[in-house]
Design a binder for this molecule. Structure first.
Ligand code: PEP
Length: 248
């Protein structure tokens, strides 16, 4: 039985004071929400505030990115051991915004995923096609390439720690969510990829859906058998909205 994971990606929003205010409102709303795991990934500068606010609550904190070296002369970067020491449980890797704007590739996704695992962080690895790729019938080829390139070189033991997030790029921040059926097809395809490469993890790996998830569409998505939770951007910034998603 896969326990759903509801993860919030705050992108480049909120200050430490706003982070504290969010959790003051959010935590009482999810106090009894034991049906799923909850994760918030704030900007790096808010990790201390998020870790302090969530201590003892069961709500996890994660990074939005990392660099694969443990330390060194890499100005502006943050390593996996640093995230761990700051109280992170998880880290998002390969988000489409990083692929689009910051040169993330399947190769860097693989390096970052291994670095996260070595530091004891749960990688939430994002895959997903662009609109033109979907429209030209390449969705499965793109997903297969990103899956193999980003995750194919892990050992079965390493892969067992990974969460996959299917995020069609055309649905992120656009208000245009994938229908439950479109999402379900992609999740089924991804689980088949897992079955091919890591058969022991096929039944257990969690595959989240991300792309304009809102309180009013989460129920339909979660009704799909291969959708094991959500990676939520915009709608995770507001406590009542994200709590309604968590408590779908
Ligand atoms: C995301 O940031 O991963 C995301 C899915 O954003 P949104 O929910 O705003 O589409």
């Amino acid at each position: 039985m896969r326990k759903p994971l509801m993860a919030g990606n705050w992108k480049m929003f909120k200050t430490p004071a706003e982070t504290q205010a969010f959790f003051e409102k959010f935590l009482p709303l999810v106090e009894k929400s034991t049906h799923c795991e909850i994760l918030i990934c704030p900007p790096f500068v808010n990790l201390a505030a998020a870790a302090a606010a969530t201590a003892g609550s069961g709500v996890g904190v994660g990074g939005q990115n990392l660099y694969w070296a443990p330390e060194g002369a890499f100005t502006g970067e943050i390593s996996a051991p640093m995230l761990k020491a700051a109280g992170c449980r998880s880290v998002i890797i390969g988000h489409s915004e990083r692929r689009q704007f910051f040169g993330e590739t399947d190769e860097t996704v693989a390096k970052k995923t291994k670095a996260a695992l070595a530091a004891g962080l749960q990688p939430v690895v994002c895959v997903g096609e662009m609109l033109d790729e979907r429209e030209s019938g390449q969705t499965n080829a793109v997903l297969e390439r990103q899956f193999r390139g980003g995750l194919g070189s892990l050992t079965p033991q390493e892969f067992a720690q990974v969460v996959i997030a299917y995020e069609p790029v055309w649905a992120i921040g656009t208000g245009r969510t994938a229908t439950p059926e479109i999402a379900a097809d992609a999740h089924k395809f991804l689980r088949e990829q897992v079955r091919g490469s890591f058969p022991d993890s096929a039944a257990g790996v969690r595959i989240l859906y991300g792309g304009s998830v809102k309180p009013d569409n989460i129920k339909g998505l979660m009704a799909q058998p291969d959708i094991d939770g959500a990676l939520v951007g915009g709608a995770s910034l507001e406590a009542i909205s994200f709590a309604s998603i968590v408590n779908f």
